[in-house]
Write a protein that binds this ligand. Structure first.
Ligand SMILES: NC(=O)c1ccc[n+]([C@@H]2O[C@H](COP(=O)([O-])OP(=O)(O)OC[C@H]3O[C@@H](n4cnc5c(N)ncnc54)[C@H](OP(=O)(O)O)[C@@H]3O)[C@@H](O)[C@H]2O)c1
Length: 255
């Protein structure tokens, strides 16, 4: 049995997930890091101050979530928190997306989270202070023509957050969500590079143009999401249940 609290972080190989792993490890949690890229997970695990077990898995595969939870319990003997972060929904023209594109978007980010929550739930109840944080995205609140799949997936994940928070009231598991936007990760760099190509701009000009279009002063850093996630996992957020927290530099201007 591990003395530390134990958290699973999905999509931990880079971007927001890697930043969440760094922050939770610095806060004293032992971790399970999961994504498909084993080499990146091993490299991150080696840098962290607390124990970290790397498990490579494709979370869009139905059996992956249960396997990750089994390995976690076999290794640490407990599980206290899950951060559902893995996601890779494409942007594009609604009329050009196929059924396969929609299936892939939901298979990873939504059903991956559904299955991991279901597999982890009994251990989170036993923990006595179990917590789930779902990393959704502001597209779940505000529709956007270019982001039909991602927005729909995020909206579904936000509703799942509320449904599991309701269950968690009785079971003693806190379930909350964070909506990032405009975070400086590879996903955002892909958008900046596309603008640079389309408009014949250099990367700095294209980044400035995208920030201006989104109505934010700058892009956020992954660590700025990670600190909020660590707060929601911690006892400091002990009365937060079903909260949806926008961490978006002010991009969402509606209630
Ligand atoms: N960046 C933003 O501005 C932003 C805004 C709103 C919402 N979000 C959300 O925040 C989350 C993280 O975003 P990010 O920008 O950090 O993304 P990212 O840099 O593209 O990283 C995505 C992570 O998900 C993992 N992943 C992808 N496909 C997977 C699969 N089939 N099975 C398991 N893991 C898989 C990737 O690892 P492998 O490739 O190694 O599998 C990687 O660790 C996503 O859910 C995203 O929708 C981000």
């Amino acid at each position: 049995m591990s003395a530390d609290r134990v958290a699973i972080v999905t999509g931990a190989s880079r971007g927001i997930g890697a930043a969440v792993a760094r922050e939770l490890s610095a806060q004293g949690l032992s971790l399970v890091l999961t994504a498909r890229s084993r080499a990146e997970l091993d490299a991150l695990a080696a840098q962290l101050p607390r124990p970290a077990l790397a498990i490579d898995a494709d979370l869009s595969e139905p059996a992956a979530a249960a396997r990750i939870v089994e390995a976690t319990l076999a290794h640490y003997g407990r599980l206290d928190a899950v951060v559902n972060n893995a996601g890779a929904t494409p942007r594009g023209d609604f009329l050009k997306f196929s059924d396969a594109d929609w299936d892939a978007g939901f298979a990873l980010k939504f059903f991956g989270a559904v299955r991991l929550c279901r597999a982890a739930w009994p251990a989170l109840v036993v923990s006595g202070g179990g917590a789930i944080v779902n990393i959704a995205g502001i597209g779940g609140r505000t529709g956007n023509a270019e982001f039909a799949i991602g927005g729909s997936v995020n909206a579904a994940l936000l509703n799942l957050t509320k449904a599991l928070a309701d269950r968690g009231v009785g079971d003693g598991v806190r379930v909350n969500a964070v909506n990032p936007s405009s975070i400086a990760t590879e996903r955002t760099q892909v958008r900046i590079d596309a603008i640079a190509r389309e408009r014949d701009l250099d990367p700095a000009q294209a980044a400035h143009e995208l920030a201006r279009k989104l109505g934010v002063a700058r892009f956020g850093e992954p660590a700025e999401i990670a600190r909020v996630v660590a707060f929601l996992v911690s006892d400091a957020a002990s009365y937060m249940q079903g909260a949806i927290v926008d961490v978006d530099g002010g991009q969402t201007r509606t209630l």
